[in-house]
Design a protein around this ligand. Structure first.
Ligand code: ATP
Ligand code: MG
Length: 435
């Protein structure tokens, strides 16, 4: 992508409405623009990151055997009357009446719809287990939308719903998601800690929130120090017994404010007290929805049984902000590999200089031919402005070409995370970037 053609409305000034660094940087880097309170437009740079995160989430879900579907954003209120949640949900639910006076709503979550999909399409225990996921927009009419996409009213969530014949089966489904979440957040460059959680309006007894630590987090959290450097699992066999792995995490104390209790048993020096951002939440709630909604299957003994269910959410749009909270410096965002909107920025310091133009065009072409996403700064801005923009938008690598270096056959390679710059021959720079 040529920067001269790219819609990147960066801001020099710090927008006064933004209280936290991720919100400031998302506005300054031209990733999002507010449409209405808690509702945002995603501009090209922001959307690229959102899509990258979605893709990591999707790959880790697929690896567990979960299947992607897409349920509607607008739902029928009748389903929520069946589960008994229509009246309970309160003002966070955006209620809509259609032209035939039917009550509809913009989905704040999808337990009812997923249960309905299941009951209409699965009749026998033979089809179990099932785990269906989607990546879909939600609307919750939050009292206090704030911090940009961190707490929006409209937000993108990955949510899935598991269906099992037995509690043991459901427990395995829960454990699969627990492990998949650890892996997903690690791939996003985040240290997310699973914490015992309250189940709230979703219901059920078994529940964990996945929390990343950040000073700007909205909740107070407590955990054992050892959780901070516990590595995420690799090479997981999702068909094996995952309980020991899950236990190795849950046996270390970790709790959010509501669940924190004084007799936690962690020695004084080992207890970390911090603030956290909830990026994921998993629940097992048994037959809370399947029983009232008649989501039953024929069991091996011929009886009809309500299925055991769980639901699992990841705040995909919140993660964009969460990653920035965890990875930035005074100059801007530092994207971890894998979620960066482009892999490499190529900066032409002297547009119009034939030799420099030639080298840049060559670099741009070869990097793209090798499958890299490249943002090519072919504008005639001043060098200082170009550097500031590249640092602000946080691409992992910058290749800087100017007439002096080019005359010697050299370019500069800058790594955003460390700020290190090296002068290299064009071929060595390419080898380093493609290696
Ligand atoms: P919170 O406690 O932050 O209000 P929640 O517990 O109500 O969130 P869940 O129902 O657990 O949210 O939703 C699953 C995930 O969706 C959350 O872990 C979070 O990452 C994300 N999420 C929830 N509400 C919002 C929101 N208003 N804006 C952005 N992401 C959200
Ligand atoms: Mg939650």
């Amino acid at each position: 992508m040529r920067l001269s053609r790219f819609l990147l409305p960066t801001l020099k000034e710090t927008p006064s409405e933004a209280e936290i660094v991720s919100h400031r940087l998302m506005l300054r880097a031209g990733m999002i623009r507010q449409h209405a309170s808690g509702i945002y437009n995603w501009l090209p740079l922001g959307l690229r990151v959102l899509r990258k995160i979605e893709q990591v989430v999707r790959e880790e879900q697929d690896a567990t055997g979960a299947q992607e579907i897409l349920m509607p954003t607008i739902q029928s209120a009748d389903l929520w009357r069946e589960s008994g949640r229509y009246d309970d949900y309160g003002k966070e639910m955006l209620r809509i009446v259609d032209r035939h006076e039917r009550d509809m709503l913009y989905g704040p979550t999808h337990e009812e719809v997923a249960t309905d999909v299941f009951r209409k399409n699965v009749k026998s225990y033979r089809a179990l287990p099932q785990n269906l996921y989607q990546i879909q927009w939600k609307f919750r009419d939050e009292v206090r939308p704030r911090f940009g996409v961190m707490r929006g009213r409209e937000f993108l969530m990955k949510d899935n719903y598991s269906f099992d014949l037995t509690y043991e089966g459901a427990r395995h489904s829960y454990n699969k998601m627990f492990v998949a979440y650890l892996r997903t957040f690690a791939r996003l460059g985040l240290k997310a800690i699973p914490m015992a959680a309250d189940t709230g309006p979703i219901g059920g007894k078994l529940s964990h929130e996945f929390i990343i630590l950040a000073d700007t987090g909205e909740s107070a959290v407590f955990c054992h120090r050892d959780l901070l450097d516990k590595p995420a699992p690799e090479n997981v066999d999702y068909d094996s017994d995952l309980q020991p792995l899950v236990d190795s995490w849950t046996s270390l104390y970790a709790a959010t404010d509501e669940m924190h209790h004084p007799d936690h048993g962690v020695p004084e020096g080992d207890l970390v007290s911090a603030r956290g951002i909830e990026v994921g939440h998993i629940f097992h709630f048994g037959t809370k929805y399947s029983a009232p909604m008649g989501a039953t299957v024929t069991a091996p003994d011929g009886s009809s049984q309500a299925v055991f269910m769980g639901s699992y959410g990841i705040g995909v749009s919140r993660l964009v902000a969460g990653i920035i909270e965890a990875s930035h410096d005074d100059n801007g965002i530092i994207w971890p590999d894998g979620v960066a909107p482009f892999d490499i920025g190529v900066i032409n310091l002297k547009v119009g200089d034939a030799a420099t133009d030639g080298v840049c065009a060559d670099l741009y072409g070869r990097l793209r031919a090798a499958g890299k996403d490249v943002l090519f700064d072919d504008t005639d801005d001043r060098a200082g402005a170009k550097f500031a923009t590249m640092d602000l938008i946080g691409l992992p690598w910058q290749v800087i070409a100017g007439p002096k270096g080019v005359a010697k056959g050299m370019v500069e390679l800058k790594e955003r995370a460390t700020g290190e710059r090296h002068e290299l021959s064009i071929d060595s720079a390419l080898a380093k970037l493609l290696g």
